[in-house]
Ligand binder design. Structure first.
Ligand code: GUN
Length: 292
């Protein structure tokens, strides 16, 4: 078993991004600028957004956090999105999800200029990705692809089972893994809460991507000997033995699954760190006008 080490890879990628930003700076170019909009004070969202901003600063990019009270109206939020769309100094824009119930996330995503949609959530980017056209790809699936590439894992002809059909991870992951390119060329099965015989389907996976958001859902009996297991889950679970009162768990029961695998991502220290790198890579692309 080999660990897919997100900590090591993300540190390497951050150095690469920092070198590119430094070069832009030396040549008098425009420093890439990521804007995040955060509505309300959801604890997990606060942590994610703070980490995105901090990582941008660490690689020398500019970042701006725009906060709104949870009572903000949809119209006010959309006005701010349009303002960022039109600001030539701002290259990438993300609106952290989830949003309060009175705001329609689809309307917000559709209002973001696709050329600044570094989260890859706009229907135009999802459509372009599905067609294999240049597009911003959702950060977590892109981070998973980067891991597969950097560990040189073979994917052609393999059976990839994706557990979970979220718009952010499961759906784009399944589309990407079947594309006629590397990493890809897999036979893909996407599973969800209504799937029958889930354990049996998972057992047939050469590459198993767990992205359903249920701590330690995937157990050893659901995994084939020698499989590649990618754990996208990250949940806070109460844990009285920890000083903080909780521990972070993935969707895979790591201790019992790991010995059966050829490669596996740890949680924390796996996919999560790659997600932020993808977001910064997309912001760099946006500043350079590489996609649009
Ligand atoms: N909420 C959970 N993951 C994400 C993400 O990747 N982007 C945004 N905008 N919100 C999220």
């Amino acid at each position: 078993m080999q660990l897919l080490d997100g900590k090591f890879l993300s540190a390497q990628i951050k150095l690469e991004i920092a070198a590119e930003v430094a070069q832009i700076n030396q040549q008098g170019g425009k420093i890439p600028h990521l804007v995040a909009i955060l509505v309300g004070n959801n604890g997990a969202s606060e942590t994610y957004v703070a980490s995105k901003m901090k990582n941008c600063e660490e690689v020398g990019m500019h970042s701006t956090l725009i906060r709104f009270d949870p009572s903000v109206t949809e119209a006010e939020l959309l006005d701010k999105v349009r303002e960022v769309n039109e600001n030539p100094d701002m290259d990438g824009l993300i609106v952290q999800l989830p949003l309060p119930d009175h705001i329609n996330p689809d309307r917000v995503m559709e209002t973001i200029n696709p050329a600044k949609d570094v989260d890859g959530f706009h229907p135009i980017n999802i459509g372009r990705m599905a067609k294999g056209l240049p597009a911003y790809i959702s950060a977590t699936p892109q981070g998973v692809l980067e891991m597969i590439k950097r560990y040189d894992i073979e994917t052609a002809g393999k059976h990839c089972v994706v557990v979970g059909r979220s718009q952010i991870v499961g759906l784009p992951m399944s589309i990407l893994m079947q594309r006629n390119t590397y990493p890809g060329n897999c036979t893909v099965t996407i599973t969800h809460s209504r799937t029958q015989n889930l354990a049996e389907i998972c057992r047939s996976a050469d590459i198993l991507v767990a992205a359903l958001g249920k701590p330690e859902f995937v157990t050893a009996d659901m995994v084939k000997e020698g499989a590649v297991v990618i754990d996208v889950g990250l949940e806070r679970v109460r844990d009285a033995s920890k000083k903080s009162g909780f521990s972070l768990k993935g969707d895979v029961k790591f201790d019992e699954v790991a010995p059966k695998t050829s490669f596996i991502t740890p949680v924390p220290g796996g996919v999560g760190l790659m997600t932020i790198c993808s977001l910064m890579q997309n912001t760099l692309k946006a500043a350079r006008g590489e996609i649009y």
